[in-house]
Design a protein around this ligand. Structure first.
Ligand code: NAI
Length: 247
């Protein structure tokens, strides 16, 4: 039987690349989209790409910041796909701004999606994985969460929170055959970074020994490794995929 994976925020960018890669590796994929409109457009396209790779791939609409909606979605996906072997918490937003000027709303919104969203999903999926006595949780953090980044107090706090959550899950759920790891991407070529001014991009690239941004597929490859049998003994790790940016 095919294994199954949930990928949050999979309508585009890194999430879409992870969904496609897991489909290629033989997983059935539940593609989370935050709105019906996205599910009918970008999400539908990702699902079609996954199906072309032989996977059963469907879009599911919910907001990861909504605890109840996460619970309902997990129940539905389990009923549709039979098991939940891999959970990739990828959904994320930015509301950048200097701390001295950051509005409360910008802080709360980023924490709600980027950190609480991960808790919400882990909370609901952990019961399913514990009953299976197996599972892989892969959380997308960021180098911002490990080293800080001016203009990203909210985002860095959320991404650092993901690290604490991941390490705790690794300890709590390891005895049940479940691993939890995080990926901390550096600077990835997606819509999230497209909006940055050219001079900011150039400055950031100067700090990357490889001299270029990552492609989403390069993050997806590490996620596929963490989901694979080869990573069975990798637990509670934060793997930076940043082209050497932080060395
Ligand atoms: P993106 O903006 O292209 O994709 C984010 C996805 O999350 C979109 O599909 C969006 O619809 C979805 N999303 C947003 N709010 C949601 C919600 N409440 N519920 C469900 N889905 C929601 O961004 P990208 O670059 O693909 O980012 C993916 C992840 O990687 C994020 O967690 C981001 O913080 C992280 N990351 C990205 C880096 C980059 O340089 N692009 C660097 C480090 C981490």
């Amino acid at each position: 039987m095919n294994k199954t994976a949930i990928v949050t925020g999979a309508s585009r960018g890194i999430g879409a690349a992870i969904a496609r890669r897991l489909a290629k590796e033989g997983y059935h994929v539940a593609i989370n989209c935050v709105s019906r409109e996205l599910a009918d457009t970008e999400g539908a396209e990702v699902a079609a790409q996954c199906r072309a790779l032989g996977a059963d791939a469907r879009c599911y609409v919910w907001n990861v910041a909504d605890f109840e909606a996460c619970g309902e979605a997990v129940k539905q996906i389990k009923a549709d796909l039979g098991s939940i072997d891999v959970l990739v918490n990828n959904a994320g937003i930015t509301r950048d701004g200097l701390l001295a000027r950051m509005g409360e709303e910008a802080f709360d919104a980023v924490i709600a999606v980027n950190l609480k969203g991960v808790f919400n999903m882990c909370r609901h999926v952990s019961g399913v994985m514990m009953r299976q006595r197996s599972g892989r949780v892969i959380n997308i953090s960021s180098v911002s969460g490990l080293y800080g980044n001016p203009g990203q107090a909210n985002y860095a706090a959320a991404k650092a929170g993901i690290v604490g959550l991941t390490l705790t899950m690794a300890k709590e759920l390891g005895p049940r055959g479940i691993t939890a790891n995080a990926i901390a991407p550096g600077f990835v070529n997606t819509a999230m970074t497209e909006v940055l001014p050219e001079n900011v991009k150039e400055e950031m690239l100067k700090a990357v020994p490889l001299g270029r941004m990552a492609q989403p597929e390069e993050i997806a490859g590490v996620a596929a490794f963490l989901a694979s049998e080869d990573a069975a003994y990798v637990n509670g790790q934060v793997i930076a995929v940043d082209g050497g940016m932080m060395i």
